[in-house]
Design a protein around this ligand. Structure first.
Ligand SMILES: Nc1nc2c(c(=O)[nH]1)N[C@H]1C(S)=C(S)[C@@H](COP(=O)(O)OP(=O)(O)OC[C@H]3O[C@@H](n4cnc5c(=O)[nH]c(N)nc54)[C@H](O)[C@@H]3O)O[C@H]1N2
Ligand SMILES: Nc1nc2c(c(=O)[nH]1)N[C@H]1C(S)=C(S)[C@@H](COP(=O)(O)OP(=O)(O)OC[C@H]3O[C@@H](n4cnc5c(=O)[nH]c(N)nc54)[C@H](O)[C@@H]3O)O[C@H]1N2
Ligand SMILES: [Mo]
Length: 795
């Protein structure tokens, strides 16, 4: 029964590689998207759905977290090709029915590719797999909640359960979910962010006192210089290209720092402007630094060093001395450390010529307002937190934080991943949040930190956790060390997936498994109190309403809010019956005086009207407004077109809520990743035709790859050194300090102009290569962008 992920996908046989495209978007992009939409939804439904995408009266795109322009500046079609694909994937007319599960056993499903699973359509009925069975059977909602409640109540400690969240969940569902989990008695709230921007949150909180980006869309558009570092916006945040184009039109410049010459950064044709469809497009990047994987810490140190040298040569002309004196701490130690920077080390770490860094430094000196944007190319490395702290150091030197047109811009992934964090989805929420949550609901939230993603896998592997609940996402496919993770999940007593679409996490399960089908962002959500809206927060801290517009995929579907509240009500009822004890609050809702109240295990249930909250989400927002700063007047603010901006002290007032009250310069040791002879560094990336583990197709158009996903991109000079050639078939073998060899079988080599010694291949196929224990210092994020591998020719 324990079948491994399929290594050979029969439909993924050949494919071709033609090298990177020289431009991105334009006609093929939109035509491609509409083609996919029509195939999944039919023409009428496609146009009706896409018309409301990212409009004030419509729904928020379930794709990425890039912000929408203010309502007066929105296009009639304010979406991109990949947003349209995300919508088509959700609004598909295909259905996964009980008959489907009668036909396909779990063993069968575990042998299918992620692409095949996703293509089967929307989940429409709650399904239960009992212990020992290899099939899911339909189950009623109440019975499903009863199964979960019984398993949760039987645990020796609430910490034996893990509650994962992926970043599409609405603010309302996320808030109730963390409330339920904390009232149940644990902080085990791992989320996709642990694998994503955790390093950004850690570094920014330490240095500027808040783990979020400090710029708005308007800031971005008025910057003089935008550095796009470790990010592939043409595929992953296509609407960002429109903003970058505006930067160019206003005379600003853009620099791309990336081991791959990503097409979108080179040239862009805007499908929303007629000239973009017919014209030559805009050349976006003024400079492209083809950096070695993991070389960014060295690059930012080298840049800052050049600024310090320039200041030395012409005192008082380079650094923002007023800002440094009034708002920062730690400058002297930082400057002293940079004086020891070794050019030779920088050259090895970055693979860049000194002249390239000089050119960038000259651009920096010429720019008054600078923004640095980044994504997974910075966050998924062992030294990721240090690298992002260096980005902050670099910006602080010239006062590039907390004034218009300047700042830090970590570009988030999932459409509400930032909102979920704001709502308390985090295994380490600060005490101030827990205090207010406890006061609002008259209970005492647990204080000890919970498990993040990597620790949750370890806990399941080691038998310290045996119930897994996933609010969205695809845990077994998105996480590292697939073989270890799948075994960990299979050792659980119960696994529960609250999902829209079928994926590998429904096939690789605990002894007992449940699928709870949920409404997606595109669908109308009607509750006892009438039609509901939910709210989301974008990558720049702006919160707005999202209203589904199409009919639900099936009558049995429930909203995430309804599922979470149903689960909570059932669990606390079961706990009450199980303990045979009285609720720890009296009828009036006052907290019990019993000192045992402080012990979460002794709590039975907080005073919450779960059904009432599910009936009308305005009641949920009223609680959020009282618990979370920045949400006062929530209900009134979300009816304003475009929503409202959450407070951000550095952006709003140059206020830094660090222990010293100042922005912090940090000292970060430069470690150079040296690759043993015969080996390469591998980064695992997204193709143009996927959304994380959801595979839309097998092309990666902008990189010129057609019809294949099991490919590895390698520099031709490295191929020559390794005695390999374009088209060769190889296994990817990762080597790690634990001595274990992790193997991904049968990849085809594509000769590609990536940085020397730096290969690239797609995830999730390559997650088997990422060692569980290979994580970033302090953020514990898996190092998905720097794996030491060798290529073994297939016999
Ligand atoms: N269509 C679509 N949209 C998406 C997603 C999707 O899968 N599909 N995923 C969403 C999610 S959850 C996220 S987090 C974002 C991810 O957005 P990205 O971070 O853009 O996604 P990746 O494909 O991981 O690309 C990483 C980029 O960083 C570069 N890079 C890798 N290592 C390094 C390095 O060491 N230094 C530098 N300078 N560059 C490096 C890679 O070459 C690549 O261009 O996108 C979101 N949007
Ligand atoms: N090797 C490697 N691994 C990585 C990464 C990498 O770059 N390299 N990137 C990491 C990153 S940045 C991230 S964010 C994670 C992503 O990890 P996850 O967020 O766990 O994965 P997704 O593939 O986005 O999850 C897709 C599933 O979510 C469900 N879903 C979709 N929409 C909804 C909805 O509205 N509600 C609910 N309840 N369910 C829904 C569907 O069932 C779908 O199959 O992967 C990480 N893993
Ligand atoms: Mo992400």
């Amino acid at each position: 029964m324990a079948r491994r992920a399929p290594t050979a996908d029969p439909e993924d046989a050949g494919g071709s590689g033609r090298g990177p495209a020289s431009w991105a978007a334009g006609v093929p992009g939109v035509a491609h998207a509409l083609g996919q939409s029509f195939a999944q939804m039919g023409a009428r439904r496609s146009l009706a759905t896409l018309r409301l995408l990212n409009q004030v009266d419509g729904f928020d795109c379930p794709g990425c977290a890039w912000p929408d322009p203010d309502p007066n500046h929105r296009h009639a079609a304010e979406f991109c090709e990949n947003g349209a694909k995300a919508v088509a994937e959700e609004a598909t007319l295909r259905r996964v029915t009980p008959a489907f599960f009668a036909e396909h056993s779990l063993t069968d499903l575990a042998g299918r590719s992620g692409y095949w699973l996703g293509q089967q359509g929307r989940l429409v009925e709650p399904m239960l797999k009992t212990a020992g069975s290899d099939h899911y059977l339909p189950v009623g909602w109440d019975e499903a909640f009863g199964v979960i409640a019984a398993e949760l109540t039987a645990l020796a400690s609430p910490d034996e359960a893990v509650f994962y969240t992926s970043g599409r969940t609405s603010n309302e569902a996320a808030f109730l979910y963390q409330l339920f989990v904390r009232a149940f008695g644990t902080n085990n709230l791992p989320d996709c962010s642990n694998m994503c921007h955790e390093s950004s949150g850690t570094a920014l909180t330490e240095t500027i006192g808040i783990g979020k980006g400090s710029v708005t869309l308007e800031d971005l558009e008025e910057a003089d210089l935008v550095l796009v570092v470790g990010q592939n916006p043409g595929t992953n945040h296509p609407r960002m290209l429109t903003s970058l184009e505006k930067v160019k039109r206003r005379g600003g410049s853009i620099v791309a720092v990336n081991p791959l010459p990503e097409a979108s950064l080179m040239r862009f044709r805007n499908p929303q402007r007629p000239s973009g469809v017919v014209g030559a497009g805009t050349t976006l990047a003024d400079q492209f630094l083809k950096i070695r994987l993991n070389g960014d810490l060295a690059l930012f140190q080298a840049l800052s060093r050049r600024l310090l040298d320039a200041e030395h040569a012409a005192p008082g002309t380079v650094l923002d001395h007023d800002f440094l004196a009034a708002h920062t701490t730690g400058f002297d130690a930082f400057a002293a450390h940079l004086r020891t920077l070794d050019d030779e080390e920088v050259s090895v770490a970055t693979g860049l010529a000194a002249a390239e860094i000089d050119e960038l430094a000259a651009r920096v000196l010429a720019a008054d307002k600078i923004i640095v944007c980044w994504a997974m190319g910075l966050t998924q490395h062992a030294n990721a937190v240090g690298t992002i702290r260096e980005v902050v150091n670099f910006l602080l030197l010239r006062g590039n934080i907390g004034r218009p047109g300047a700042g830090v811009c970590p570009v988030r992934g999932h459409s509400n991943v930032q909102g979920d964090r704001t709502m308390g989805i985090w295994e380490r929420m600060p005490d101030a949040f827990l205090d207010r949550l406890g006061a609002e609901f008259h209970f005492s939230p647990p204080r000890h930190h919970g498990y993040d993603v990597v620790d949750a896998i370890r806990a399941m592997r080691d038998g310290r956790a045996s119930v897994f609940v996933g609010l969205g996402g695809n845990f077994v496919a998105a996480t590292p060390d697939s073989a270890v993770t799948e075994a960990a999940i299979r050792s659980c007593r119960l696994t529960v997936q609250i999902s829209t679409k079928l994926n590998r996490s429904h096939a690789v399960t605990g002894q007992v498994a449940l699928i709870l089908p949920t409404l997606g962002r595109t669908e109308v959500d009607v509750q006892a109190g009438g039609p509901q809206v939910v709210t989301v927060e974008d990558s720049m801290g702006s919160v707005h309403a999202s209203r589904g517009t199409i009919a639900p995929a099936g009558p049995a579907l429930r909203s995430e809010v309804a599922i979470v509240t149903g689960l909570a009500a059932a669990t606390f009822a079961a706990r009450l019956a199980h303990r045979g004890s009285v609720p720890a609050a009296d009828a009036a809702g006052a907290p019990a005086a019993d000192p045992a109240w402080a012990d979460p295990a002794s709590q039975v249930a907080p005073v919450v009207d779960w059904a009432g909250l599910a009936g009308d989400y305005r009641h949920v927002r009223a609680h959020i407004a009282r618990v979370i700063p920045g949400f006062d007047g929530y209900e009134e603010k979300i009816v304003q077109p475009g929503g409202f901006l959450l407070p951000h002290p550095p952006r709003d007032a140059r206020e830094f809520r660090t222990p010293s009250g100042r922005a912090v310069f940090t000292v970060n040791p430069l470690t150079v990743l040296r690759v043993p002879p015969g080996h390469l560094l591998l980064q695992t990336v997204r193709s143009h035709d996927q959304y994380n583990t959801t595979i839309y197709g097998r092309d990666d158009r902008y990189r010129g790859v057609r019809g294949a996903r099991r490919v590895v991109l390698v520099n031709p000079d490295d191929l020559a050194t390794l005695g390999l050639a374009d088209g060769d078939r190889v296994d990817l073998v990762s080597v790690w300090t634990d001595g274990a060899q992790r193997r991904a079988e049968d990849f085809r080599i594509i000769a590609y102009p990536t940085a020397r010694e730096c290969a690239a291949a797609y995830f999730p196929e390559t997650n088997v290569l990422v060692p569980l224990d290979s994580t970033a210092e302090r953020s514990n994020t898996p190092t998905s962008k720097s794996l030491v591998i060798r290529l073994e020719p297939r016999a």
